[in-house]
Design a protein. Structure first.
Length: 400
């Protein structure tokens, strides 16, 4: 019953979002469904929710989401993003190249929910290319996460190589075709037939490069502070916000009105709802026994290496959780069948696909909210990149 409740809750969340119910409300309804079908009761659900929201990780997440969305909105309203987009196009001399590189560059810094940082720029560029919201959402997400197949700083990447003993260089080499396949398919699906827009014929000067660094400084200063200096993300974002207000020349008496107007409350509420939903699903006691039962079904081990991480990645919206939960069960099978390298590639890549596609994936949540896009049209945009990943995975299987 509790597993059926968990499955039904995901269907309900997608259905409600499709009916334009705010995502945070749909997530709360999903959490109630999971809780009641697993016998937790309303009082227990309230206790779990309250405990989840006072956790330092939840507070940091909500602060970070609020400040990230605030920084993007302030930079957009003050004209900083427009100037940054203009300078990027001058330096790169291609709107299509710019719209691919912005989410790719920001994605390399592994900021939770960081897709919201690139979303305003993608929106600006997409307006010039006349792309619909679901296409812009797919571009913002695919070119951010496509690199994660070969990005060795991903926590799940480090975790799976530690468990299996497969070298990082070996895993990168085998998964490079997956990254190439999904990124190339994304380009041909979303941008190949779109006329490029080159705003100027002149070459970039040193002044242009300096101006680009200046107008992007609220973003890269925030990211540098948290990634290189290990300063808490909310603090780093606050520094970036102050810098943006300074560059925009906002008078002191206008700051409070600008901040209130720019704050995105639904995104903050969505972050809180995700933490509640995850806390409730942890209480579902049938998940670990279900995994053990699947291992005894007689399915080919190759199928298990793909299916289990994919499902756990989808339901947990975390490929790190998927690897941590499934690898202790799958690794002995990999050793017994002499499929350690294949199993490592299959488990990591499938957990990444499941995490990417999950409706609870935070980058997907904030991107959908920013572009005011429904989730099913976005899923349809993933069709050819998914086909490309499947073909690349089949090719890897034959080569091993």
């Amino acid at each position: 019953m509790d597993l059926l409740g968990l499955a039904f809750s995901f269907v309900a969340i997608i259905f409600l979002v499709q009916r334009k119910v705010h995502l945070y409300l749909a997530l709360l309804i999903g959490a109630v469904l999971v809780g009641l079908t697993s016998g937790q009761g309303l009082l227990r659900l309230i206790q779990i929710s309250a405990s989840a929201l006072v956790e330092p990780a939840a507070i940091d997440l909500m602060l970070a989401l609020g400040l990230i969305s605030l920084l993007g909105a302030v930079m957009q309203e003050l004209g900083l993003l427009a100037r940054m987009v203009e300078l990027l196009q001058i330096v790169l001399r291609s709107t299509k190249l710019t719209i691919m590189l912005v989410p790719s560059i920001i994605g390399s810094l592994l900021v939770t929910g960081g897709a919201i940082l690139s979303a305003p720029t993608v929106r600006e560029l997409g307006a010039e290319l006349e792309l619909p919201p679901e296409r812009l959402s797919a571009i913002n997400l695919l070119f951010r996460h496509g690199w994660y197949f070969v990005y060795p700083l991903m926590p799940a990447f480090v975790l799976i190589t530690s468990i299996t003993g497969v070298k990082i260089s070996t895993l990168i080499a085998w998964q490079l075709p997956l990254a190439v396949a999904v990124l190339v398919a994304g380009y041909y699906s979303y941008l190949h037939k779109v006329p490029d827009h080159i705003p100027t014929a002149r070459r970039a000067t040193r002044r242009d490069i300096y101006e680009l660094l200046k107008f992007t400084s609220p973003m890269w200063v925030s990211l540098t502070l948290t990634v290189a200096l290990d300063i808490p993300l909310p603090v780093a974002l606050l520094v970036g916000l102050v810098l943006a207000l300074y560059l925009g020349g906002v008078p002191l008496d206008g700051i409070s009105r600008l901040l209130y107007r720019s704050l995105n409350f639904p995104i903050i509420a969505s972050g809180a709802s995700i933490m509640i939903f995850k806390a409730v699903t942890v209480q579902v006691a049938s998940l670990p026994p279900l995994i053990e039962q699947l291992l005894r079904t007689g399915l080919p081990p190759q199928a298990l290496f793909i299916i289990l991480p994919l499902l756990v990645g989808f339901f947990s919206s975390s490929n790190t959780s998927a690897i941590a939960l499934t690898m202790p069960l799958l690794f002995p099978i990999m050793v017994a069948t002499d499929l350690v390298v294949f199993g490592t590639v299959a488990a990591y890549s499938s957990s990444l696909v499941g995490y990417f596609a999950s409706p609870l994936h935070l980058c997907q949540v904030v991107t959908l909210a920013h572009f005011e896009c429904k989730i099913m049209p976005l899923y349809r945009e993933y069709k050819w990149p998914l086909v490309a990943v499947l073909i690349a995975m089949a090719g890897i299987s034959l080569a091993m």
